[in-house]
Design a protein around this ligand. Structure first.
Ligand code: KIV
Length: 271
């Protein structure tokens, strides 16, 4: 993407990508090293996703992630980013209780976490919160369709919007989020026809995950896309590397070299 050349990509530039028909790439990162590599690789958006609860902390959902943990990971990731738009995912129960709670916690993400925007899961019900955040200068990314923070209500992470009533509600949700002033919206795990319809209906970029090719951009969890979290194989994930296999093999070679007295060699030691 051609940016203004003045540093971090802005929400205005993300909106312009849709206007110019340019696709947006987004990935998650949770620390400085991954954020730096993903930034240097050219993704326009880096999300410090609450997926960290699963891929970093080892929980079976994103629900246990706390505000302090999110701030910690945002601070780390922000030290690796010089170009991409860095977005903090607001953890479960840090923005739903009241607009005041959302303002204070979203404000912490910018003030302490060093991010440029926040992401909230939810539709129509969150419109007043998004409007307020936007009024005070906190850019918001929406997230509709399958919302992982509602896993206990769904009873799993299945496709959403496959019947007509649900599909209509998801379209209404996306419209309400856009109308409230979000600068982009994640569409997660909805039928690709519905994702295309939403993408054509709203003026802000749609960033799809498991929602087909017609979105304005795509996002994946970096640990999935790099083949690090290889205990799961999702149909919607394309693995660009098999890092888990590479790491296990490297550890095996390291162990063998130590056992065989080949590591460290003279050149790796000091007189
Ligand atoms: O938490 C996360 O990583 C996300 C993306 C997958 C959209 O919400």
């Amino acid at each position: 993407m051609a940016t203004s050349g003045k540093g971090l990509i802005t929400v205005r530039e993300i909106l312009d990508l849709k206007k110019h028909g340019e696709k947006i790439s987004a990935l998650t990162a949770y620390d400085a090293t991954f954020a730096r590599l993903i930034d240097e690789g050219g993704a326009e958006i880096i999300l410090v996703g609450d997926s960290l609860g699963m891929v970093v902390q080892g929980f079976d959902s994103t629900l246990p992630v706390t505000m302090d943990e999110m701030i910690y990971h945002c601070r780390a990731a922000s030290r690796g980013v010089t170009r991409a738009l860095l977005v903090a995912d607001m953890p479960f129960l840090t923005y739903q209780a009241s607009i005041e709670q959302a303002v204070l916690n979203a404000g912490r993400c910018l003030k302490e976490g060093g991010v440029s925007a926040v992401k909230l899961e939810g539709g129509e019900e969150l419109a007043p919160t998004i409007r307020r955040l936007r009024e005070i200068g906190i850019p918001v990314m929406g997230h509709v369709g399958m919302q992982p923070q509602k896993v206990r209500q769904y009873g799993g992470y299945g496709l959403q919007g496959s019947d007509q009533a649900d599909a209509k509600q998801i379209l209404r949700d996306a419209e309400a989020v856009a109308e409230a002033g979000a600068f982009a919206i994640v569409l997660e795990k909805i039928p690709m026809g519905l994702a295309g319809k939403i993408t054509r209906a709203i003026p802000i970029p749609t960033i799809g995950i498991a929602s087909g090719p017609d979105c304005d951009g795509q996002i994946l969890v970096s640990y999935d896309m790099l083949g690090l979290a290889d205990q799961f194989k999702f149909r919607f994930v394309r693995r660009y590397l098999e890092l888990a296999e590479e790491i296990r093999a490297a550890v095996g070679r390291y162990r063998d070299d130590i056992r065989d007295g080949k590591f460290p060699a003279a050149g790796e030691s000091f007189e």
